[in-house]
Ligand binder design. Structure first.
Ligand code: PLP
Length: 393
């Protein structure tokens, strides 16, 4: 079954009782049993729910594995993986560029419990190898990363980690399984903020964990029920609905990102564009090898004062200023003040995350409209500069 067919058919037969083409929302907390302890696969909706089960089946198929568990948020999904695999005294290796919430979860929740977080430049698998110790249980990577869209060589990192018996977790939120299949590259666990492209409409919060191996998956599945951070049946249904257009949406997001990246590159007030599809992007060659497209996100550094940068991101017509990404409606954000504000300023500076870095999540609107909106912002900024120069004595 090809990708688009899976998004519509995998785990989603018509409802047997009524023939309803689209599965109903099983909005129930519990299930009537035939006899004490005898039920039809469902006893309580924290443990299992038919709508959630359908979603888990299709997500597993899309990532090419058999095991998936969905959670109430991407961070709840990450927390389940970390709780399952990090005990006091254990170590985890993470890259320099990592989502601010992941950084906060590790440094503010797991580090105080006695876990060591080693943040290294993952662009070199040798550096990863050097950071591994017998206590390293996990190597955690995003690729492309949030917010600079760095691309890491997943296969090489997996080989380095596996040589030291560490598991590799890949956050596949930005690429989605449409553009990248981490399990084929050697990953052991994949996590998603389903909130983003998978659900795709900026109308819910959800996460997922996938695993290739039943033994690796088992403690995560246990925690899904034991700790109970499960999503509602309605949110699962919304994701099932959103997933049906994942391929179409990702194609449009990627086309729009490509057009925007090329329009911004070379603009006088744009210092640098981060998009893996640009040949001068440091991860371009790896992206060509390990992805089937360059994804839908673009970041860039604006050559402006803090006030000018703030005016640029607040003044766009089609890009709403907001956190999050991956929805049909375009979003713009300033990571240093928004999504990555939980990383202290000195740590951000050390990571190379500048205060003038702007992250774009182009939606599914028309590319010409989106490009014009951004260029209008640059033109307005150039005009104020010209005016300022003109009024200089
Ligand atoms: C790459 C990445 N991973 C994980 C998360 C966390 O997901 P959620 O916001 O659904 O908890 C985010 C959120 O922005 C993210 O961008």
């Amino acid at each position: 079954m090809e990708f688009a067919t899976k998004t519509i058919h995998a785990g989603q037969p018509s409802e047997p009782g009524t023939g309803a083409l689209m599965a109903p929302i099983f909005q129930t907390s519990t299930y009537e049993q035939d006899a004490p302890g005898e039920h039809r696969g469902f006893d309580y909706s924290r443990t299992n729910n038919p709508t959630r089960q359908r979603l888990e089946t299709v997500l597993a198929e899309l990532e090419g594995v058999q095991h998936a568990a969905v959670f109430a948020s991407g961070l709840a999904a990450e927390n389940a993986v970390l709780q399952a695999y990090l005990k006091p005294g254990d170590e985890i290796v993470i890259p320099l560029d990592v989502y601010g919430g992941t950084y906060r979860l590790l440094n503010r929740v797991f580090a105080p419990l006695g876990c060591t977080v080693r943040q290294v430049d993952a662009s070199s698998p040798e550096v990863i190898r050097a950071a591994l110790t017998p206590r390293t249980k996990l190597v955690w990577i995003e690729s492309p990363t949030n917010p600079r869209l760095l691309v890491y060589d997943i296969a090489r990192i997996c080989r380095a980690a596996h040589a030291e018996n560490a598991l590799v977790v890949v956050d596949n939120t930005f690429a989605t399984p449409y553009f990248q299949q981490p399990f084929e590259l050697g990953a052991d666990i994949v996590v998603h903020s389903v909130t983003k492209y998978l659900a795709g409409h900026s109308d819910l919060i959800q996460g997922a964990v996938l695993a290739k191996d039943a033994g690796v998956f088992e403690p995560i599945k246990f925690l899904q029920n034991a700790a109970g951070a499960v999503p509602s049946p309605f949110d699962c249904w919304l994701t099932l609905r959103g997933l049906k257009t994942l391929e179409l949406r990702m194609q449009r997001h990627a086309e729009n990102a490509f057009a925007i990246a090329h329009a911004l590159a070379g603009q006088p007030l744009v210092r640098r564009v981060y998009f893996p599809g640009l040949p001068d992007h440091p991860g371009h060659a790896i992206a060509r090898r390990q992805m089937t497209g360059f994804g839908g996100m673009v970041s860039f550094e604006l050559d402006g004062t803090p006030d000018e940068v703030a005016a640029f991101v607040s003044g766009r017509r089609y890009f709403a200023l907001g956190e999050s990404l991956g929805g049909v409606k375009s979003l713009i954000c300033l990571p240093a003040k928004m999504t990555h504000a939980s990383i202290p300023a000195d740590a951000r500076a050390a990571l190379g995350l500048s205060d003038s870095l702007i992250r774009l999540s182009p939606g599914c609107e028309n590319a010409t409209d989106l490009v014009s909106d951004l260029l209008a912002g640059l033109t307005a900024l150039e005009a104020t500069r010209g005016l300022a120069l003109a009024t200089c004595p």
